[in-house]
Design a protein around this ligand. Structure first.
Ligand SMILES: C[S@@+](CC[C@H](N)C(=O)[O-])C[C@H]1O[C@@H](n2cnc3c(N)ncnc32)[C@H](O)[C@@H]1O
Length: 343
């Protein structure tokens, strides 16, 4: 018997590619259908709350499944080969420790050899600047870093060297899209290539989604994503969202995926949110500081005259002591009893 996660078919490709890039896909067994779901073999005990089952699975044709088994690097360095790497579409990005840098080409070729869906491999020198763009250096394969990521029936065009994009948030994007009521006005304050907006407009019926980003390249890809997915109600914009939101209609839903500092933008988001509306915010923080952080949010909102309640979940661990949290901040219909402070 093989351990599998049971995933609705429409989420299958996103979950498979996320498991693959996190090194959690069991490549020794074949994925198969089970009613409206797919059974995806895994090497972990649980994954993002999906049902875990033991099932009879056909054996996958035996060929090397781990690039570390075929990478042509000195034996004594093999223990330093990273166990995971990032994949967006057909592009892989891998961080290499200093001692492996002379073998970057061999490592890239090994990744291409083992993972047939990859076209090109880059050494990842990290995320830089306000635009959160990756500094990439090609180590194997052909073409550019522009690629297409597929999830929930949409094709998201992106380029990790020109604009930020996180393929691992696919379940979160679908979760939020499923909350959207017909006719809502939505603002994504840190929209990137508009993955939240594109998935939402595909799966739900908002009146309009404004997707703002400081990076002009983000608007270029967001427009392409709207056009190629035949979406007419997505409005990509370039600029500082804390300024641009004041030029837009009041929103029923606001997304803030800037997890290092999104909370600094919460006062302006609440000021542009209709009563009964929700801000979806992401935050990276020390786990032990999180309860105090939540209390602080509610108190600060009350000082501005907003009554809010916050539900949250821990999306993933970020470091041994920090996590990424997803927060749904509901703005109540009545004003806070404490009201704004009078000078
Ligand atoms: C973590 S990325 C999120 C992108 C997108 N929501 C996604 O999930 O792929 C944060 C984005 O916020 C943008 N950004 C940072 N500060 C901003 C600001 N003041 N106004 C608008 N966009 C901003 C960056 O350029 C970056 O693309």
């Amino acid at each position: 018997m093989t351990r599998c996660v049971r995933v609705p078919k429409r989420e299958g490709e996103s979950v498979r590619s996320a498991l693959f890039s996190e090194g959690l896909l069991d490549l020794g067994a074949r994925i198969r259908a089970d009613g409206d779901c797919l059974l995806i073999p895994v090497t972990c005990d649980s994954y993002q709350g999906y049902e875990v089952v033991e099932a009879d699975m056909a054996v996958q044709e035996q060929r090397p499944t781990d690039y570390r088994d075929v990478a042509d690097v000195p034996e004594e360095l093999k223990e330093h080969l990273p166990s995971s790497f990032d994949v967006v579409g057909d592009v892989a990005m891998i961080k290499l420790p200093e001692e492996l840098k002379p073998y970057a080409g061999e490592i890239g070729e090994a990744l291409l050899k083992v993972n047939r869906s990859l076209r090109i491999v880059f050494e990842d020198h990290g995320v830089k600047g306000d635009f959160r763009i990756r500094e990439l250096e090609r180590i194997a394969g052909t073409g550019t870093s522009e690629t297409v990521h597929k999830e929930f029936g949409v094709r998201l065009y992106t380029d990790p060297s020109r604009v930020y994009f996180n393929p691992r948030l696919s379940s979160e994007r679908a979760r939020i899209a499923n909350l959207v009521q017909d006719g809502e006005t939505v603002i994504d304050m840190f929209g990137g290539v508009a993955p939240f907006g594109t998935v939402m407009c595909h799966l739900a019926k908002p009146e309009v989604v404004y997707s703002i980003d400081l990076n002009p390249e983000a608007e270029h890809f967001a427009r392409m994503n709207a056009e190629r997915n035949h979406i007419g109600n997505l409005r990509p914009m370039t600029g500082d969202s804390s300024v641009l939101v004041h030029t837009l209609p009041m929103a029923d839903r606001i997304i803030m995926n800037l997890p290092q500092i999104a909370d600094r933008f919460l006062p302006v988001a609440l000021s542009r949110l209709n009563h009964g509306g929700t801000v979806h915010m992401y935050k990276i923080i020390e786990r032990e500081e999180f309860p105090g952080f939540l209390e602080g949010l509610v108190e600060a909102a009350a000082r501005d005259g907003h009554s809010i309640s916050v539900s949250h979940s821990e999306l993933k661990t970020y470091s041994p002591t920090m996590s990424v949290y997803s927060l749904d901040v509901l703005k109540h219909r009545c004003r806070s009893r404490r009201g704004p402070q009078v000078p």
